[in-house]
Design a binder for this molecule. Sequence first.
Ligand code: 4NP
Length: 162
Amino acid sequence: MDKQTYSISFICLGNICRSPLAQGVFQDLVNRESLEERILISSAGVGNWHVGEPPDPRMQKTAEARGIPLRNRAQQIGPGDFRHLDLILAMDQSNLSALEQMCPRGMENKLKLFRSFDPKANGNLDVPDPYYGGGKGFELVFDIVSRTSPEILKFIRSKLGC
Ligand code: 4NP
């Protein structure tokens, strides 16, 4: 029998800054642990403004400086995507509200805030939107995502028993 797989998707507003970074950082971690056939990783936005676009050049630059290539093209999440996903992580409260509104009944337990796994969240449960700010915002997003990703991986390993 094939081994069980687990599908995770990272969700932000536009799918060009925060969630593509989370996808890239998490994929890098999963590859290094040789779990890429067990854990399937995607990202999407709740909005459709940037569908088809590569990640924001400022986010790409921040990620590439740390050895993380971002290769996704922006896509929008819809209610039909929930069924094949096991865990849907919203980058902020507003993204979570949008997801709750489209969530098919009975699938609410798949939804969580990304920073609910952040060991240093201290009650700040939003990954701040860097789009309208300066370079420091992108660095902050990178720091939050890189320290939180290993905790998410631990959670998924416990679900897969590996
Ligand atoms: P993201 O950032 O949600 O982290 O991808 C944003 C990208 C685009 C916009 C807002 C936030 N926008 O307003 O177009």
